[in-house]
Design a protein around this ligand. Sequence first.
Ligand SMILES: C[S@@+](CC[C@H](N)C(=O)[O-])C[C@H]1O[C@@H](n2cnc3c(N)ncnc32)[C@H](O)[C@@H]1O
Ligand SMILES: [Zn+2]
Length: 303
Amino acid sequence: MYHGFPTDMLSLLRCPVDAGALRVMEESAHQQYLLQAELACQDCQARYPVENGIVRLFDAATLDSTSQHEHPQRDHGAAKDNFKWESSAMSRMEIIPMLKSMTPLSGATVLELGCGKGRFTTLMAQNRATIIALDFSLAVLQRLATRIQPHWRIGLVQADCTKPVAAPRRFDRVLSTLVSNLPTAQHRRAMFQVVAQALKHDGKFIFGAHHHGLRERLRKVPQAGQYADSGIFRYLFRRREIVAECAPRFGRVRCRPIQVLLPMTNRLGIDSVTLSRLAERVPLVNQCGELLMDIAEKPRADV
Ligand SMILES: C[S@@+](CC[C@H](N)C(=O)[O-])C[C@H]1O[C@@H](n2cnc3c(N)ncnc32)[C@H](O)[C@@H]1O
Ligand SMILES: [Zn+2]
């Protein structure tokens, strides 16, 4: 059960308009959790509601048309599954390397961009991280709220990740699973800037993106396209391309394919998750990776 937004975590957030600090109006400031409350920006005085413990910093009118299509689709998808797919082989091929790159999580303060229904959030919370879980879909955040255990330290935030909503130099880790869904390089640059400012100097940014790998290249799949079921935009990256995009904001960027699907795995009798983990580091073979995992360090907030 989600008690509400932990009041002491409010200092991790900023006003999406001008990055001003937020304060709680009324007497709820003295409570341990904010359930129904109003926040005000100390700079521009804009007001933001907290509803059922979710801090609402989102304004759909500021999205471009591609994200305006995605936003209601994500809301509609919120009730769809029963979380079973989260433990599927495909999902574990993604989760295991990403979470391993984020260790140690115990005691770490994490900003999660595009948390969805909490596939990563719940695991990071079990590992005793303090998490700002952010998504622009209110419905997915409400679904995630139903999974939260009373002792977890999680604050739910509805916001656009391209706006300066995170406090500077407060986060040990940032995780993002939405890079491929951002409509343009300009949006991605805006998100990289938010991340570089939010991270502590020794912090790490771990993100996943769809890969324009061997299979897609052979099949001549265009890099920009939509998911067949929802029509949501997704971009398939080449390794060099995504590294070049985030490099201006980070002094060190590593990138490798993950979720490596190899033909005839079943016949070899090897567990597909184990095989994917082994193949991640094998040149050429890892070109069959469906995702790219990036680890960016040494944030440059001042560029
Ligand atoms: C690919 S899903 C990942 C969900 C979850 N983290 C997972 O791995 O299962 C991307 C998520 O990002 C959210 N999203 C997309 N664009 C966003 C934006 N500009 N700001 C905040 N959230 C966004 C979507 O609502 C969606 O929940
Ligand atoms: Zn403001």
